[in-house]
Design a protein around this ligand. Structure first.
Ligand code: TZP
Ligand code: MG
Length: 217
């Protein structure tokens, strides 16, 4: 497998759904299946926070979500846990600024997809130099899905990264909904990443479908 092209990465980022057992009102496997039927393009397993599964329970849950993704050709990305990503032969890893350094993770994962969270130009440049295939930028809007989230920066952070010459694929995150998704795409993001807009929706299928419509330029 080669490193993913920028063009393919941009396509996959368009509606990027993130989920952990703690985020769902109904059965997470049903939520993921509905979200895929609604048109999500990429999936991240993010099992963290209060009551999150750990150890064998976490691994088992991940394999179930991964097999749903495989059935539908949706790439499966693991948040933080590089060891789990390698064990499961996941399609990629997403790390934040507080996790293992991006260049070390790049060496461990070979050509798998590497996503790195960045909050400003310096972090974005460092992530790209370390081998990130995409950067996650946020929170754009206020969010209640991340306990230690920084202050919301608004879509202007994306515009400013683009104006500073960042051409790497960017996915926006934090408080994104079908109503405000267009705004971040217009600011220069290649896609939107969401937890609650889909996971807390009465209809994950409809929510995903609405997001797909909103990100069409
Ligand atoms: N990183 C920045 S904001 C956020 C993460 C993981 C949470 C996004 O969740 P929501 O529910 O889409 O605001
Ligand atoms: Mg992290």
């Amino acid at each position: 497998m080669e490193r993913i092209s920028r063009e393919m990465m941009r396509k996959w980022l368009s509606v990027y759904f993130i989920l952990g057992s703690q985020n769902c009102k109904k059965d997470p496997l049903t939520v993921l299946t509905e979200a895929i039927d609604g048109g999500i393009t990429l999936f991240q397993f993010r099992e963290k926070g209060k009551n999150a599964y750990t150890g064998e329970k976490k691994r088992h849950f991940a394999t179930k979500l991964q097999s749903i993704c495989r059935e539908h050709n949706i790439p499966f990305i693991v948040n933080d846990d590089v060891q789990l990503a390698m064990e499961l032969d996941a399609d990629g890893v997403h790390i934040g600024q507080e996790d293992e350094k991006a260049d070390i993770v790049r060496r461990k994962i070979g050509h798998k997809i590497l996503g790195v969270s960045a909050h400003n130009l310096k972090e974005a440049r460092e992530a790209i130099a370390a081998g990130a295939d995409y950067i996650g930028v946020g929170p754009i809007f206020p969010t209640s899905s991340k306990d230690d989230a920084k202050e919301a920066q608004g879509p202007s952070i994306i515009r400013s990264l683009r104006e500073s010459g960042i051409q790497t694929p960017i996915v926006a995150i934090g408080g994104i909904t079908p109503e405000n998704a267009k705004e971040v795409i217009h600011a220069g993001a290649d896609g939107v990443s969401v937890i609650s807009a889909i996971a807390s929706s009465e209809s994950p299928f409809e929510a995903a479908r609405e997001l797909v419509k909103s990100v069409k330029k």
